[in-house]
Design a protein. Structure first.
Length: 487
């Protein structure tokens, strides 16, 4: 099949769909985001680090509005200032563009926001966490935009002019949290001397100077290693590192292992040789001679068949290679792929379940490009491009955290209300039986029977509130509040 005409996989946007279906208050999603940022102490991020502006509107408010404006379906800062912001504050678009073009440490601000969000995530039932890395290409045609290069877009199978961005995200069963981002220049800039000019514009000791060297000198594998190291240092709980075949490098796997994370990477059918039964064989030779005849259906899956072999590599050590055959349900065509991990206790079904979490970064790219203004601003300077790169990731981090945490709170409330309803139904049934039995006795007078029933009801209500951790009056108020919001 021609790479230029091959069909694109349909990527869902669950976070955006959840935001559209949830009720975040009477005033919409913008107020919900502002309230959420205030809850986590967004302004304290800047106060503690001494980040401020000399005059004019304060820095936290401006960055909060930069995070917010794409969510209001406003395509640019210019339209946002014209239609929304100027009606409240006397600040023009130039204020925002000057902020984007200044040498502000956006990566530090991004990580400071992540560290504010992490305590909120730790209150949820997360399960095993995964660090997932990938790259994407954003097409840009302007020949005056600093850093625009020719990159190969593997989704379309052709070279496009634009930016290549590498990301590291944290995926768990509650959602996806973008942790870090980096730009990468290719060896084919759109303007031949532009990167050479950029090298003289930044002080090598400055934040932007380091970002330029990172984009111009480092490979995406080295960038990813640095991002994983920062994530581990920040205390991100991750059991596995997931990546596609673009990261199938022995040296890269060794560096990930040195950071204390177990890699699970789709491996290229290259010339890398593994030691198996005293022979040094490539993955193709291992599949042809040993794995092909052992292919079996994976438990719990109708589409996947595979097997695994335990081998060794002199630099990585003991590894397990999974050979998976995928059957297309529409065409019936068969393809096989190989996956490498150093966790030799992992089974075939577990491997498929773990690696499926890599899809989280594809969803992140789809949502960021369609809804969160991923590198969409009309800017030219390298400083502004770096700012827009991190702002898109910060928007996704705030939204995914808000959906996960607020959704968890709503689920807990629904569980509490269901338990309360069930307990009250049991209580009404038991009270009817108790009243009938008490009415038949002749030992007590009528006023004594009423006192016994009233005392017993008080004790049961107290038990419902204490033992089940339920507050009947509070739950009723929450039901009323939700009903009013939905109407």
């Amino acid at each position: 099949m021609n790479q230029h005409n091959r069909e694109q996989a349909t990527v869902p946007t669950p976070m955006i769909d959840e935001i559209k279906t949830q009720s975040f208050g009477v005033f919409g999603v913008d107020n919900a985001i502002v309230d959420f940022l205030q809850e986590i102490g967004f302004q304290a991020i800047f106060n503690r680090r001494g980040w401020s502006k000399r005059t004019g509107k304060d820095l936290p408010t401006l960055i909060m509005l930069l995070i917010l404006h794409p969510l209001l379906k406003v395509p640019s800062i210019h339209l946002f200032c014209r239609d929304h912001f100027l009606s409240v504050f006397a600040v023009g678009k130039d204020t925002f563009y000057r902020l984007l073009q200044c040498q502000f440490p956006w990566r530090n601000a991004h990580w400071a926001l992540i560290k504010k969000l992490l305590p909120q995530w730790r209150t949820l039932d997360l399960g095993p966490g995964y660090l997932v890395a990938d790259t994407t290409v954003k097409e840009k045609r302007g020949d005056r935009i600093e850093g625009v290069c020719w990159h190969h877009d593997h989704n379309t199978g052709r070279s496009v002019a634009g930016f290549e961005a590498a990301h590291l995200v944290w995926v768990n069963k509650q959602g996806t949290l973008p942790l870090d981002a980096a730009l990468r220049f290719s060896k084919r800039p759109l303007i031949s001397n532009l990167l050479h000019i950029l090298s003289y514009r930044f002080d090598c000791r400055s934040h932007l100077g380091r970002r330029y060297r990172e984009a111009a000198k480092m490979s995406k594998l080295d960038q990813t290693v640095d991002m994983v190291a920062r994530a581990i240092q920040a205390g991100i709980p991750a059991q596995y590192f997931l990546a596609d075949a673009w990261y199938s490098s022995v040296k890269f796997v060794k560096k990930i292992l040195d950071l204390g994370v177990v890699p699970l990477i789709r491996w290229k059918r290259n010339n890398t040789k593994f030691l198996f039964q005293g022979e040094r064989l490539t993955s193709v030779e291992l599949y042809t001679r040993f794995a092909k005849g052992k292919i079996r259906k994976a438990k719990g899956s109708k589409r996947f068949k595979g097997t695994f072999l335990d081998a060794e590599h002199p630099e990585i050590g003991l590894i397990r290679l999974f050979f998976v055959r995928l059957i297309d349900p529409k065409t019936g065509s068969k393809e096989w792929a190989v996956f490498l991990t150093t966790d030799r206790s992992m089974g075939l079904s577990n491997m498929i379940e773990h690696y499926a979490n890599r899809w989280g970064i594809e969803v992140f790219y789809k949502e960021s490009k369609q809804h969160l203004g991923f590198l969409n601003e009309s800017v030219r300077s390298f400083e502004a491009v770096i700012a827009c790169l991190h702002l898109a990731a910060m928007r996704h981090a705030v939204l995914s955290s808000m959906v996960a945490i607020k959704g968890s709170q709503r689920d807990q409330l629904s569980h509490n209300l269901a338990a309360l309803t069930y307990a009250r139904k049991l209580w009404h049934t038991f009270r009817a039986i108790f009243n009938d039995a008490l009415g038949r006795t002749s030992i007590l007078e009528n006023h004594q029977k009423n006192e016994v029933i009233e005392l017993f009801e008080q004790e049961v209500e107290a038990w419902l509130s204490k033992a089940l951790m339920l507050d009947p009056l509070g739950s009723q108020r929450q039901i009323l509040a939700e009903t009013n919001c939905e109407t």
